[in-house]
Write a protein that binds this ligand. Structure first.
Ligand code: BES
Ligand code: MN
Ligand code: ZN
Length: 501
């Protein structure tokens, strides 16, 4: 898999800091030049050298600042990187992650090959070494992630190849647990990012289907890919109405991880995978349309999550469903006013062909019924309105079941891949009334993310269901900075880990 290109090794080390064999030890400094526990041990081993440097005023401990030191006496490591942690009582999850990122950022273009981080010992309120280690692994992988498959000449390989987390013997088991989870999540995110970043002329529905087949081979998942004819037989009239606007054949991908007991109800993950969203006949404006290759991020994250749970060997039954096609303005594309019949039998008046995500998801949600799911969670870059409502920090969470919503909120907090719950009141449902069909596919400009969720809710009456609108969180925009984030792989993986019971 392409994600292997720049994979980095992670490990736990329990030696005393002074005896760590590596190219650089990373040490935290709190505001007002306060060394951490390991920092003090290193200072002692070096005969007070670190204290002397702190007194020089070059590093006062401001959050995110870094100072690279060479040739510290008394240590086996040739370098020490001091990293500012800021005020101790203001330390938070965000700070912790930022500080790890600054450290890796500061070292990634130096000659350092192997670094030993001691930052995982820093106390974050209500968090433990498992959390610290998992998060450090995920953040470091994120900083080191590169996507260069589409460049004719890839840049020089990074020097940095190995990150160790220095841990006390007492915490070794916890650190290893966090490491294992963090690495699996990082690998899953990396796959989701690669798939998201690939342009739509490469990452087609068939390409995604091949990726699913490859994953199935590696982790012994069951995999089935349904083509247009198979979907027709099932009556997926809504999904296929979107697919027929493009000459690329659609694919409906089904992956099954059977890690639980036979007969245990599965969790079903459904991911929107529009490999390019031009809007269809309701064509999108040109500005930023290039970013619509990311409209398969829901499906990409389902594949990424499967990689993570395959690697972890979760004892749980999980089904992944990925309806995939393009949304293009071809001659046989949906036209505004067309009425189609979904697999559930509901008729849909397509008032805007650009509201296509819900049209492919609704048939997948109906198809999900056959698995008698314990819960269904769909994820989709569904609405621009979601980005206006919540920005780029949380994914919007909708649910027809409070218990399921709470479990997802909890997993999101644990994984630091956060969500914000949104309402789905009857008043919003009324915005979807159609004069001619059972339901319209849009509910007007007001509350656009909410009415999209309300539309989906009409297809989810037979199981506990939640929907994540990830339009603001799955990728970053911008000419030079655009790129997939790999979210919500961390949240989904954590949720499934917790579901193991
Ligand atoms: N894929 C888009 C949503 C989107 C927009 C994601 C911007 C990320 C950034 C979706 O298919 C769409 O076009 N939604 C429309 C719905 C509208 C026509 C009701 C939208 O948000 O404008
Ligand atoms: Mn659209
Ligand atoms: Zn879309």
């Amino acid at each position: 898999m392409s994600a292997k290109q720049n994979e980095i090794k992670f490990s736990i080390k329990t030696e005393d800091a002074g005896k760590l064999r590596c190219d650089c030890i990373v040490v935290g400094v709190h505001d007002h030049r306060q060394l951490t526990t390991t920092g003090r041990a290193l200072d002692k081993a070096s005969g007070g050298h670190l204290t002397k440097i702190l007194r020089s005023g070059d590093m006062n401990g401001k959050s995110g600042s870094t100072l690279l030191l060479h040739g510290i006496p008394g240590l086996l490591a040739p370098r020490v990187l001091l990293v500012g942690l800021g005020k101790e009582d203001e330390f938070s999850e965000k700070r912790y992650r930022d500080v790890i990122a600054s450290a890796v950022e500061a070292l990634k273009d130096t000659g350092t090959e192997h670094i030993a981080m001691t930052l995982t010992e820093t106390q974050v309120d209500n968090r433990d070494v498992v959390w610290n280690t998992a998060q450090a692994t995920i953040v470091a992988s994120d900083v080191l992630y590169r996507f260069e498959r589409m460049k004719s000449k890839p840049s020089d390989p990074a020097n940095l190849k190995h990150i160790s987390f220095a841990t006390s013997k007492r915490q070794e088991t916890a650190a290893n647990k966090g490491l294992k989870q963090g690495v699996a999540v990082a690998h899953g995110m990396s796959l989701a990012k690669d798939l998201g970043n690939l342009p739509s002329n490469v990452c087609t529905p068939s390409y995604l289907a091949d990726q699913a087949r490859q994953l199935a081979k590696t982790y012994a998942f069951k995999c089935k890919v349904m083509d247009r004819a198979a979907c027709e037989k099932l009556g997926m009239g809504s999904f296929l109405s979107v697919a027929k606007g493009s000459d690329k054949p659609p694919a409906f991908i089904e992956l099954r991880h059977e890690g639980g007991k036979k007969g245990d109800k599965p969790v079903v993950l459904v991911g929107k995978a529009i490999t390019f969203d031009a809007g269809g006949i309701s064509l999108k404006p040109a500005a930023d349309m290039d970013e619509m290759n990311y409209d398969m991020s829901g499906g990409g994250s389902v594949l990424g999550t499967f990689r993570a749970i395959g690697e972890l060997g979760l004892k749980l039954n999980v089904v992944g469903l990925i309806p995939s096609c393009e949304n293009m303005p071809d001659a046989s594309a949906n036209k505004p006013g067309d009425i189609v019949t979904a697999m559930s039998g509901l008729t849909i008046e397509i008032l805007n062909t650009d509201a296509e995500g819900r049209l492919i998801l609704c048939d997948a949600l109906t198809y999900a019924e056959r698995f008698k799911p314990a819960a269904v969670v769909d994820l989709a870059t569904l609405t621009g309105a979601c980005v206006i409502a919540l920005g780029h920090h949380p994914s919007a969470l909708y649910a027809n079941d409070d218990k399921l919503a709470q479990k997802l909120e909890q997993a999101a907090d644990q994984a630091w891949d956060r969500v914000w719950r949104m309402p789905m009141w009857d008043e919003y449902q009324e915005q979807l009334k159609s004069a001619l069909a059972d339901v319209a596919n849009i509910g007007g400009r007001a509350g656009g993310s909410i009415t999209a969720a309300c539309f989906l809710s009409k297809f989810t009456n037979s199981y506990p269901w939640a929907h994540l609108d990830i339009a603001g969180t799955a990728y970053r925009s911008g000419r030079e900075k655009k790129g997939s984030t790999g979210r919500p792989v961390p949240l989904l993986t954590q949720f499934l880990i917790n579901q193991q019971g």
